[in-house]
Structures are given as structure tokens and as C-alpha cells.
Design a protein around this ligand. Structure first.
Ligand code: NDP
Length: 281
């Protein structure tokens, strides 16, 4: 059996594996469905029990695939979905959540995120999230694509302190959060959920990354993932469409770096020396 997976604790006591499964673009093509289903099942069975989805992905198609994957094993996964900003009103958030639950075939989410900031006042979305917690439809809520000033504003809203995570773009090629967002989250005890940890596939095309991975005896995907996972307060979600790739990504949890290797990566991808506005995909 594979070694145990590092776990990350959320403020509300929830515990998630440091690496989870992304679902953007999954469930959209019939011809690929069986392989994608097998990829997600492989992940869950190997301990990658954190699943990230959203009502936006494939207009519900990703949630429907996840629903099939977790049928009969709901209790062994930590399920995260997201509400789109335009739906994130007091009433719209509750309705969007109920629709997600129907597609996912479950009675609760472990975590429900605001996908990105829109025009709806944060206070309304937070009030709706708190109502969903009270009703037992979600165990906790969080945000996504929030930069440090957005988190400050959230903290000033009634109930805003009950945020569980901020899901943001963070990888070797997008190190901006290291300047202020990551330190801020660390101080607040808020773990950061890194999305697109292999930069939506782009890092896998970088010859310098491939060369260094080969020298280390790992794959480019494993190198990029292990680098994101080097930070204790960070957990990540990676999307892969085949069981073999999921297994490869799972093995990244066993990879560590020497100080010299980290220095080499800093040369290739310099850390931020001043504020970089949060990027998003
Ligand atoms: P990732 O960084 O996870 O990269 C996914 C791409 O990398 C896919 O093309 C995949 O290929 C490829 N890949 C993954 N592992 C391997 C491997 N071992 N070998 C070769 N290729 C590999 O990008 P995502 O943008 O998908 O981010 C991950 C998840 O984060 C999303 O799926 C979604 O759940 C979430 N997300 C959230 C956002 C937000 O705004 N909150 C924005 C973006 C993402 P293939 O699929 O063909 O196997």
C-alpha cells in the first residue's frame, strides 16, 4: 500500500488530503467518460479523497460525473463545489447549492466556495452560506480568487471570519501569492487551496522543468506538484483524465527537494519581490 498522505486541517476541524482531484473539463465528452470515471475512482482509492468541482464546469456535467463516481462512497470523500458570482445572492446561493447537490446525488457538500468575486455584496453571499451551514446542506464555506484586500473585506462582513479556505492560482509559474497572500493566510490559520498546480498543463511543456525532472528521476508533473506541496499550509487540486496520470500525480506526495534544488527552481522561477495582483485562470 502507498504511504500515508499528508493531511491539512481547516479552521472548522475538517481534514483534507494535501492533494485532491480537479474536475474542470471532465464529464463533457461521452467518449471519454469511462476513462475519466476510472481516473477519479483511482484517485479516491489511492487516498486522493478531496474532489473539487463547480456548477460552472460543463454547465453541471462535471458535477454529474462526480455524482456517479462517489455513488455508494459519499462518506469517503471530501466534496467541494462552487457557486458562480452571478448566482451568489442570498436566495440564489441556496438554489444553486440545491441544484449542485441534485447533480452530485448527495445531501451535503463538505465545502462550498464563491468561485470569484462578482457584483453581489459579500455580506449577502456569506449570509446565504451561513444559512446553508445551519440547514446542514454544507459543512463549511470558503472563497476563490480572493486577493489579500478581498480577504480583509471579507473579514469585516458579519460571519466572514468563518471562511475555511481561499482557492487560488498558485504554481511555479505563478508565485505572486508568496508575497502577501500566503503569509496573510498563514497568520490567520487559513490554509490556501492551490488550483492549476501544473499551470493548466503549461508547466509540462517547459523544457527546463522537464530537464530538471529527468535529472531527479521524476516526471515534470510530479516535480511541479511536489513543489507546490512543499508548503505546509497549502493543499492542491490537480486535474488528470486517466488512471495512469492520477497514479503518477499521487506519487508526487513522496517527493521532497534539497536546498540546492529549491535554489535552482528559484533561479528558474523567481519568487516575487513586490506585490503581484492575484492572477486567475
Ligand atoms: P492543472 O494544473 O491541474 O493541469 C491540468 C492539465 O495537466 C490537464 O491538461 C492534464 O491532462 C494535465 N496533467 C495533469 N497531470 C498530468 C500528468 N501526470 N501527466 C501529463 N499531463 C498531466 O489545471 P486545472 O486548471 O485543471 O486545475 C486543477 C483544478 O483546479 C481544476 O480542474 C479545477 O477543479 C480547479 N480550478 C479552479 C479554478 C478557480 O477559479 N477556482 C480555476 C482553475 C482550476 P489530462 O486532463 O489530459 O490528463
Amino acid at each position: 500500500t502507498a504511504p500515508a498522505i499528508r493531511a491539512v486541517s481547516l479552521p472548522n476541524g475538517g481534514i483534507v488530503p494535501a492533494l485532491g482531484l480537479g474536475t474542470w473539463y471532465l464529464g463533457e465528452q461521452r467518449a471519454r467518460r469511462a476513462t475519466e470515471f476510472a481516473a477519479l475512482r483511482t484517485g479516491i482509492e489511492s487516498g486522493l479523497t478531496l474532489i473539487d468541482t463547480a456548477e460552472m464546469y460543463g454547465h453541471g456535467a462535471a458535477e454529474e460525473l462526480v455524482g456517479e463516481v462517489i455513488a455508494g462512497r459519499r462518506d469517503s470523500v471530501y466534496l467541494v463545489s462552487k457557486v458562480m458570482p452571478d448566482n451568489a445572492t442570498r436566495r440564489g446561493t441556496v438554489e444553486a447549492c440545491q441544484a449542485s447537490l441534485r447533480r452530485l446525488g448527495t445531501d451535503h457538500l463538505d465545502l462550498y466556495l464563491l468561485h470569484w468575486r462578482g457584483r453581489v455584496p459579500l455580506a449577502d453571499t456569506v449570509a446565504a452560506f451561513e444559512e446553508l451551514v445551519q440547514a446542514g446542506l454544507i459543512r463549511g464555506w470558503g472563497v476563490s480568487n480572493f486577493d489579500a484586500p478581498d480577504l480583509d473585506e471579507l473579514a469585516s462582513v458579519p460571519g466572514g471570519a468563518r471562511v475555511q479556505t481561499d482557492q487560488v492560482l498558485y504554481n511555479l509559474a505563478r508565485r505572486g501569492p508568496e508575497y502577501d497572500l500566503l503569509p496573510r493566510c498563514r497568520e490567520a490559520g487559513l490554509p490556501l487551496m492551490a488550483y492549476s498546480p501544473v499551470d493548466h498543463g503549461r508547466l509540462l511543456e517547459d523544457p527546463a522543468v522537464s530537464d530538471m525532472a529527468a535529472a531527479k528521476g521524476v516526471t515534470a508533473a510530479q516535480l511541479a506538484l511536489a513543489w507546490v506541496l512543499r508548503v505546509p499550509e497549502v493543499f492542491a487540486i490537480v486535474k488528470a483524465s486517466t488512471p495512469a496520470r492520477v497514479a503518477e500525480n499521487r506519487a508526487a506526495l513522496e517527493i521532497s527537494f534539497s536546498a540546492a534544488e529549491l535554489e535552482q527552481l528559484d533561479q528558474m522561477f523567481p519568487p516575487p519581490s513586490s506585490k503581484v495582483p492575484l492572477e486567475m485562470l
